[in-house]
Design a protein around this ligand. Structure first.
Ligand code: GDP
Ligand code: MN
Length: 385
């Protein structure tokens, strides 16, 4: 789960990590009052969307008067923000963050994630932070330090020293980094974060360390014990179909292709997507209806796939191990009967009561394409496009 920058910064404050003072404003709020309350003579107006790269996309503006702040907020709220992470269609901006301006001496990069290779949380940092960090990582990887943390020992002092050195810190910022890193690690672990990124982490002109940007992602599987984090969820920022699917307890992820997939079991779903690619197609989604796919969940899944207008053909691949194929077939036939079906549906049902399932599908008023095996199904769905 993702949260907005202003929410991540509030969590940072709660854990004692320095961030600029700021106020979130929607279209209804007075940006003038927010800027006046913050005080000072420089402000930064920042688009609040669940996507990075806002700076380059025109979603971050530094302003020098209350009037300019109002104008910048209005512009950004009227923007369809296109960044490297939003895709060409861009994102509607519903919220902006008004912050006190910070005089920057140096922009650094710092992040934490769960690293698969070392099976541990890892801190990644670079002295060359800012909006070009992707290029730094690609062209000069030696400028990026990776520091895995043993979860049993926690973050060690020698590690924070190594990180402070890699960041090129001197003076009071070294001690500040030590405290900040241990507070960040505490936040990361206590809140079940899966990713934390500060880009830029800055050294101010007075030599202090402050998090100018904040990105946090949380482990969805831990949300049952993180009610206060879950309360930060902004459904409007999520893909509407993914949000519907999560309501219905379906694992659904939108992809770029045009073949809708409905499969039971994550492993089978991955194999199905691979096979579609292998025979020249492109899956529109990953969708696992669960090992014991019920007729009701099949119907819900079917509706979600059909609501995606890019879908030109559907492949249903169900292995009836726990669930009986005939019941799935009934669910599929019923769901298909309840919606206006404009695309071909290829069905591969194998396992318990597969023969009965085939009879149900063939007897249905809908023209299902029944496949004999998985390879056949993938080929049929690609030729149905
Ligand atoms: P992102 O592009 O979505 O990651 O947005 P950021 O919050 O990282 O902002 C992009 C860039 O705007 C930063 O790298 C800074 O250069 C600049 N910026 C953000 N806040 C301030 C500020 O308070 N003062 C100044 N001078 N620049 C800022
Ligand atoms: Mn940033």
């Amino acid at each position: 789960m993702n949260v907005h920058e202003y929410q991540a910064k509030q969590l940072f404050r709660d854990f004692g990590i320095p961030v600029p003072n700021g106020k979130m404003c929607t279209r209804e709020d007075s940006v003038r009052e927010a800027a006046q309350e913050l005080g000072g003579d420089t402000w930064v107006v920042k688009a609040q969307v669940h996507a990075g790269g806002r700076g380059k996309g025109g979603g971050v503006r530094v302003v020098r008067s209350v009037e300019e702040a109002e104008k910048a907020a209005e512009d950004i709220l009227n923007l369809r923000l296109v960044t490297a992470q939003t895709g060409a269609e861009g994102r509607e901006v519903r919220k902006v963050l008004i912050e006190e301006g910070v005089a920057i001496q140096k922009e650094l990069y710092l992040s934490m994630l769960v690293d698969r290779a070392s099976n541990a949380p890892m801190i990644i940092c670079s002295e060359a932070g800012g909006v070009e960090i992707e290029e730094v990582a690609a062209k000069t990887p030696e400028k990026v330090l990776q520091e895995p943390i043993d979860p049993a020992l926690g973050l060690r002092t020698y590690q924070t020293r190594r990180i402070a050195q890699a960041l090129g810190l001197t003076g009071p910022a070294v001690r500040q980094a030590g405290k900040m890193l241990s507070d960040l690690y505490r936040l990361f672990v206590e809140k079940d974060a899966s990713m934390l990124e500060i880009n830029p982490l800055v050294v101010t002109e007075s030599g202090d360390l402050i998090a100018l940007d904040a990105k946090l992602q949380f482990d969805d599987n831990a949300m049952f014990r993180q009610k206060d984090v879950l309360a930060l969820r902004d459904v409007e920022e999520e893909d509407p179909l993914e949000a519907q699917a999560s309501e219905a307890d379906l694992s659904y992820i939108r992809l770029d292709g045009n073949i809708g997939c409905m499969v039971n079991g994550a492993g089978l779903a991955m194999a199905t997507m691979d096979l579609i690619q292998y025979v020249g197609g492109a899956p529109a989604n990953f969708l696992d209806v669960g090992g014991g796919a019920s007729a009701a969940s099949v119907e819900k899944a079917f509706r979600i796939i059909l609501a995606d207008t890019r879908v030109k053909a559907i492949l249903i691949n169900i292995f009836g191990g726990i669930v009986r194929c005939d019941r799935v077939a009934q669910g599929v036939a019923e769901a298909a009967g309840n919606v206006e079906l404009k695309v071909s549906v290829v069905v591969r049902l194998e396992g318990t009561n597969a023969a009965e399932a085939r009879t149900i599908l063939e007897g249905s008023s809908i023209d299902f394409v029944v496949a004999n095996n998985l390879r056949d199904a993938a080929e049929k769905v690609v030729s149905a496009l």
